[in-house]
Write a new protein. Structure first.
Length: 292
């Protein structure tokens, strides 16, 4: 089995942690195994949380982890002038107009607090569908009506044919935010098609997102996305079994580097958090522990 391109797609909204390092290294392992090149795609349209120092942290962390990037920015300047998602706004807008023409999008003004009040599950259940707000109404997001969405079919790595309905946590997914910028699901699909990604590696916590994005790809005619192979890897937990998050805490790659940790020591930490049955001290032993 051979792939052309996979990607590492962090968001510059905080300093990277060991969970990010784990995912990046899984991507590297699969890329090497299957002869794929690696694209660095930085998702930066959350402009409120974007910081240049977070982009620099991404670049420095990849260098520290010895992950070679074949396609993508090599510096902050290169990122901002050539690779930022801002430069692909025309492609996102075209996809949004295709969705508008499909009649499947509706305007929604619900906040997270309001959604929680409407249903204790916290899931959005399409409450704004019957309100029929104009799509150009200020302070509204665009959601996709998934009431009648059929099963999506895809291949789970390596060759498992899978069929899924959109789960509740990503039903009526957002494609344009209240600030009128395209939302994550839409930009991710458009970008993967634009760059020709055919192996998509992401954590198991994004499985529902994959299903929503496959539904979106079908709606906008992005068949190349549906043809990609998906690998949803398990997640590692912190020392107290807590979910890892972007911070400057003890699992931050930046923090570990400032503490003088060398790469073998970081691999050792990853091995411990993975529950590896063999000592992990370098990329080769890491890959062996993954059984990749």
């Amino acid at each position: 089995m051979k792939f052309s391109l996979t990607r590492i797609a962090p968001t510059p909204s905080g300093f990277l942690h060991l969970g990010n390092a784990f995912s990046f290294l899984v991507t590297k392992a699969l890329a090497e195994k299957h002869g794929a090149k690696i694209l660095l795609r930085i998702d930066d349209l959350d402009r409120e949380r974007y910081r240049p120092e977070y982009v620099e942290d991404i670049l420095e962390s990849l260098d520290f982890l010895e992950i070679k990037i074949d396609l993508g920015p090599k510096s902050l300047t290169e990122f901002e002038t050539e690779w930022s998602q801002i430069h692909r706004m025309g492609k996102y807008e075209a996809a949004l107009q295709t969705l508008r023409a499909s009649g499947k999008v509706f305007a929604c003004d619900c906040s997270r607090k309001k959604i929680q009040q409407l249903d204790s599950s916290g899931y959005y259940l399409g409450q704004c569908l019957d309100r029929k707000y104009a799509l150009d109404r200020p302070e509204t997001a665009w959601r996709v009506d998934t009431h009648e969405s059929d099963f999506v079919k895809f291949t789970e790595y390596p060759q498992k044919k899978t069929s899924e309905l959109i789960p509740k946590d990503t039903a009526f997914y957002i494609v344009r935010k209240k600030d009128r910028l395209p939302a994550y699901h839409l930009t991710s699909v458009v970008d993967d098609v634009h760059f020709g990604v055919d192996l998509i590696v992401r954590g198991s916590d994004l499985y529902s997102s994959t299903v929503a994005q496959l539904d979106l790809a079908r709606t906008i005619g992005a068949n190349e996305f549906s043809s990609a192979v998906f690998h949803h890897h398990g997640l590692i937990k912190g020392p107290q079994r807590e979910k890892l998050s972007k911070s400057e805490g003890a699992t931050s790659i930046q923090y570990l580097r400032k503490e003088g940790k060398k790469l073998p020591e970081v691999f050792e930490l990853l091995g411990q958090l993975m529950g590896a049955k063999i000592p992990v001290s370098d990329f080769a032993s890491f890959r062996t522990a993954l059984s990749i």
